[in-house]
Write a protein that binds this ligand. Structure first.
Ligand code: GDP
Ligand code: MG
Length: 286
């Protein structure tokens, strides 16, 4: 078979597989969205929604929800747990503690779970969205430190910083990575940031509506969010927090080297995309 013909056949099969995967992902997302709307008809969410992505976290999620405040900076806050497949009892724990619960039938990744949660929070009237881990690494009692600067109108997006606060973990390699990547993202975004991979964040909902159509990453999403928000001109602030070791189990993100490589890949891909978009806009305007 001529090389060009073989190439054409292989590419065609490849494209077919990609289309099938995209259709299955859409089906999983639509199923979860529909089940959520059926479970909470006519839902009107309070001003602050705290999104917790949870994958196989049945033993860690309960204490996190137990420590949840009822208000933050004087505004009512509710947890919204996105259970990302897994098949353990994470969804039962979330419901037992009274959290709004959205369940994906298969594991799509933390980034995909976040995008679905942002969409639900925006669509149901939230004004501020907080994100935090289900594994006990973040203290829900410190949420006011993140939301305060948004409520006071000082900034649009706040990232918690273990570097400015207290880090109770002992992994020096991971700590060095946090510093290195924060510096790198500082160069890329032109903002001074110390802990860009921290998943404890708070957003004005306008920021999420603006960046949501540009988010693609299914797992290592923190850098993508920071670069995309900075490229759109949103103000990014930081606040000190206490960083705890995972209550039990292991990180779902892989070992340090793998995590580091994936993080670097996301920085490169997102940065390239924002540069391309900027050039395209300049060409159109010029
Ligand atoms: N929805 C969803 N959540 C995930 C997935 N992987 C990790 N998480 C959650 O995201 C949070 C952070 O993940 P974790 O594995 O602790 O990563 P690390 O803290 O960056 O090491 C935890 O609440 C996890 O349960 C996933 O594939 N889907
Ligand atoms: Mg964690």
């Amino acid at each position: 078979m001529a090389p060009t013909q073989r190439h054409r056949l292989v590419t065609r099969a490849d494209n077919r597989t990609k289309r099938r995967i995209a259709a299955l992902r859409k089906f999983a997302l639509d199923t979860a969205r529909r089940a959520f709307e059926d479970e909470y008809p006519d839902l009107s969410l309070p001003p602050v929604v705290a999104v917790i992505p949870a994958y196989l976290e049945e033993s860690n999620l309960g204490p996190v929800l137990d420590a949840f405040p009822e208000t933050v900076c004087g505004l009512p806050v509710v947890p919204l747990v996105v259970v990302d497949g897994g098949g353990d009892g994470t969804d039962e724990v979330a419901r037992k503690y009274g959290a709004f619960t959205c369940v994906l039938p298969v594991n799509l990744g933390q980034g995909a779970a976040f995008r679905l949660a942002y969409e639900l929070a925006i669509g149901h009237g939230a004004r501020f969205v907080v994100t935090l881990d289900a594994d006990g690494q973040n203290d829900p009692a410190e949420m006011d430190r993140l939301v305060g600067p948004l409520v006071r109108g000082e900034t649009d997006f706040v990232i918690a910083s273990r570097q400015l606060g207290t880090d109770h973990t002992t992994d020096r390699f991971r700590r060095a990575g946090v510093e290195l990547y924060a510096r790198l993202l500082g160069v890329v975004t032109g903002q001074h940031l110390t802990d860009t991979s921290n998943g404890y964040r708070a957003f004005r909902v306008e920021v999420l509506s603006d960046i949501l159509p540009h988010l693609r990453q299914d797992q290592y999403q923190t850098a993508e969010v920071v670069i995309t928000a900075a490229a759109s001109g949103w103000r990014i602030g930081e606040c000190p927090i206490t960083w705890h070791p995972r209550a039990s189990g292991e990180s779902k993100k892989g070992g340090n080297l793998f995590f580091g490589a994936q993080y670097a890949r996301v920085i490169a891909v997102t940065w390239a995309r924002t540069l391309l978009v900027r050039r395209h806009m300049q060409v159109r305007q010029g």
